[in-house]
Write a protein of this length. Structure first.
Length: 417
């Protein structure tokens, strides 16, 4: 059993590494081609059917690239297809979803305090929701084909907001963000697999057969590619969020996720405008910063609304003595020892955990004091820990952890008498 647990943990690590590698390859090529496409320029004397060209320099050499909006007059001898990066990213991501969230459903996927369901039901909801995402998205795109692209984007955003809220009503906060990312990434990868590549193959088949390709296939593929371009950055945020409980484990997590999609739009708009040489819309960075500040505020908004003061600074790390001499420490220590130390120990006693998560041990006063800020954020200010609240920590106990940390910090800030 011990050997299997070690092997499974390494399998998770290897799959995560593969997912990151393939994602870099996919996102890198996507960003490059969007920038290339926006930077194309026309000039007199270009070949027939060529919509633009671009000269670039990299790695000590010069590159001359030309784009044919429909297709060149003749089929080139060698044609490179950019598709496996997308497929490998989705497949490795789904494998990671299975390894972490499906196998560990009771720990990472289900929170009985949110919705008390069995692991098979939760997994079925997960798979069905991801499949629904592509079906609904594809239907909406076809329904609005030829109409306002802006209205289509607003409509799709409304769907994403609804899914952000819906996931938080079913899964843990951590799983909700990961699923919203998987929901969006599935749409992106399916765009490549179901629309972009098939349309390109139709064009290639027409060329080989000596027929003139229909421009509509390129137009449809271009629309889906643009959607992918604006969805990429939010997906990255959502996938990274599982390391930051103030994003996924606070009361308004679904609103935070919704605002992240808007930040993705503002950031990509700046890059796209610059690549198209249409100016420098610095307002997008201001808008992004404002949105991020709102997100930061939302992560602590219950405290703000109740009128409590928050003088805690993330950079403050009071001394060990400050924590263990605080009046709240004995009660806080009891909470940690009873709710956290069964996993955060030299030899964890929780089934399936063979080493303290992230190397954090909470078995004595020194260890608890050393990780006070992490306890405060993970189990006090947010509900990230324990995962799915498996040790049944009470709201009053979370308040105790908050009171302990903030009292110790305030004491350190007070001038000596």
């Amino acid at each position: 059993m011990y050997e299997f647990a070690i092997a499974w943990d390494w399998l998770s690590f290897a799959t995560r590494w593969l997912h990151v590698i393939t994602a870099i390859a996919w996102i890198g090529s996507s960003f490059y081609f969007i920038a290339l496409d926006l930077g194309l320029r026309q000039r007199p004397g270009m070949p027939e059917g060529c919509s633009g060209e671009e000269w670039q320099v990299h790695g000590g050499g010069f590159y001359h690239l030309q784009k044919y909006l429909v297709a060149p007059a003749e089929m080139p001898e060698h044609l490179t297809w950019f598709k496996w990066e997308s497929y490998a990213t989705w497949l490795s991501g789904f494998a990671l979803l299975c390894i972490v969230y499906y196998v560990g459903a009771d720990l990472y996927l289900i929170n009985p305090e949110v919705l008390d369901i069995s692991a098979p039901v939760a997994i079925l909801i997960s798979i069905a929701s991801i499949a629904f995402g592509w079906i609904a998205y594809d239907f909406i795109c076809k329904m609005f084909l030829g109409r306002s692209d802006t209205f289509l984007m607003v409509f799709l955003y409304a769907v994403l907001v609804a899914m952000a809220w819906g996931y938080t009503q079913v899964f843990t906060g951590r799983a909700s963000f990961v699923h919203l990312g998987a929901f969006t990434a599935t749409i992106m990868s399916a765009n490549v697999f179901m629309v972009i590549i098939p349309n390109q193959k139709i064009v290639v088949a027409d060329l080989v057969a000596g027929r003139k390709p229909d421009a509509k296939y390129g137009k449809i593929a271009k629309q889906r590619s643009t959607h992918n371009n604006y969805l990429t950055l939010p997906v990255i945020f959502l996938m990274l969020s599982n390391h930051y409980p103030l994003a996924f484990a606070t009361e308004y997590n679904w609103v935070i996720a919704s605002l992240v999609f808007l930040m993705g739009v503002t950031i990509r708009h700046w890059f796209n405008t610059r690549h198209a040489r249409k100016g420098n819309p610095t307002w997008t960075w201001l808008a992004t910063i404002v949105l991020f500040i709102i997100i930061m505020w939302l992560s602590t908004v219950p405290k703000v609304l109740t009128g409590e003061s928050d003088e805690t600074e993330a950079a403050v790390q009071p001394a060990f003595e400050q924590f263990v001499t605080d009046a709240h420490f004995p009660a806080a220590r009891d909470v940690v020892l009873s709710r956290c130390s069964m996993c955060h120990a030299q030899e964890p006693v929780w089934e399936g955990i063979i080493a303290a998560p992230n190397g954090v041990k909470l078995e004595n006063d020194a260890e608890i004091a050393a990780h006070a800020m992490q306890i405060y954020i993970q189990a006090g200010r947010s509900h990230a820990m324990p995962p799915a609240n498996i040790t049944k920590i009470e709201p009053s106990e979370r308040k105790m952890l908050v009171a302990w940390f903030e009292s110790a910090v305030s004491a350190k800030k007070e001038p000596a008498q």
